[in-house]
Design a protein around this ligand. Structure first.
Ligand SMILES: *[C@@H]1O[C@H](CO)[C@@H](O)[C@H](O)[C@H]1NC(C)=O
Ligand SMILES: *[C@@H]1O[C@H](CO)[C@@H](O)[C@H](O)[C@H]1NC(C)=O
Ligand SMILES: *[C@@H]1O[C@H](CO)[C@@H](O)[C@H](O)[C@H]1NC(C)=O
Length: 314
């Protein structure tokens, strides 16, 4: 009897402790995961840290449409000052021409309990060299690549699938018929270039020589919303750098349209060198127009809060 009392007492205490631990460590948000998405982890799930919850704003549209193209005064001013702008094209008219050529669809509004979309964002860091990540990258539903980062000849390390490629005129390259070409417009001329690249091909210079045309499926072209660029720069990067890098824009884009995100090919290699996996010369990409280190620190914070996985390569 004596033993049982002690035993029951201990059991009761253990139970009370476990209930308390459950209440303290498992916030209600954890139990709601299955209503948010069908993956194991859902990026939309409320974080326990206020940092992520305060920055992550799903009301900002990632992509431009005819419905949402109007820019508020502060977005327009921000966007106009990003890069030297000598042309005075009428924004409304340029957008009208854009959507007479390219699809005007709302995309990726399908977030919900039935969706598990797993995305890889593949940067161009030299740390991909010899990483053997190719197979793993290709297993993702979406594989988002950046600027000129090639796959041909690098398949073992970077994979071969590309569902989206983020470019701007000065970094453009051809994509195959199944890939979404995603323009990141840092100025109105970038939108005019996109139109020209699929029609007259007569824009050959921006602030430097650019490709007059690009091979891509016109029906799959997408344009980032200027308000999204401002949001990434001011809210996520606290205005570090002149504007966000294409790679960082792609990471936040993925946070908005995917349920689970892995980042490959960001940051330095194991020796601290910042360079592109497809270029021989190692040069310092940390400086320049972007704040490479602040962007990388922000990515690492996302990693620490289980919002993205980061594969560091070698
Ligand atoms: C731009 O074009 C639209 C439609 O053609 C016109 O209504 C508007 O006044 C123009 N804006 C400027 C600043 O010229
Ligand atoms: C590319 O895809 C579009 C439809 O998305 C199709 O109309 C076109 O014929 C395709 N072109 C090639 C070269 O396969
Ligand atoms: C390109 O061609 C169009 C139509 O022919 C013309 O309106 C436009 O001014 C030209 N742009 C340049 C930069 O030559």
């Amino acid at each position: 009897m004596q033993v049982c009392y002690r035993y029951c007492y201990l059991t009761m205490v253990t139970c009370v402790i476990m209930v308390c631990m459950y209440l303290v460590f498992l916030s209600p948000a954890d139990e709601l995961t299955e209503d948010i998405c069908a993956c194991k982890h859902c990026v939309r799930q409320q974080s326990r840290s206020t940092w992520f919850n305060e920055l992550y704003d799903l009301s900002i549209p990632p992509l431009l449409t005819r419905e949402n193209y109007m820019l508020s005064g502060d977005v327009y001013k921000y966007w106009k000052d990003l890069q030297k702008n000598t042309n005075e094209a009428n924004y409304t008219e340029v957008v009208e021409r854009l959507f007479s050529l390219f699809p005007d669809n709302e995309h990726y509004l399908d977030a919900g309990p039935a969706r598990c979309r797993i995305c890889a964002v593949v940067g161009n860091s030299g740390n991909l060299k010899g990483s053997q990540y190719g197979h793993l990258i290709d297993l993702h539903d979406f594989v988002i690549r950046i600027n000129k980062g090639p796959t041909e000849g690098y398949e073992k390390d970077v994979g071969s699938k590309t569902t989206h490629r983020f470019i701007y005129p000065e970094s453009a390259m051809d994509v195959d018929n199944t890939t979404h070409l995603v323009l990141s417009p840092f100025k109105i001329l970038d939108m005019e270039w996109l139109i020209s690249a699929f029609t007259t091909k007569n824009i050959t210079r921006t602030y430097k020589k650019v490709r007059p045309s690009v091979n891509a499926n016109r029906h799959k072209v997408m344009i980032l919303h200027p308000a999204f660029i401002k949001y990434v720069h001011e809210i996520w990067l606290l205005k570090h750098g002149k504007y966000p890098s294409t790679g960082f824009l792609a990471i936040i884009f993925a946070l908005h349209i995917c349920d689970q995100i892995s980042a490959f090919g960001f940051g330095a290699d194991q020796y601290g060198n910042w360079y592109h996996y497809f270029e021989k010369t190692a040069y310092n990409l940390r400086t320049g127009a972007h704040s490479g280190s602040f962007e990388f620190d922000t990515m690492m914070q996302l990693y620490l809060e289980y919002k993205i996985q980061v594969f560091r390569g070698r």
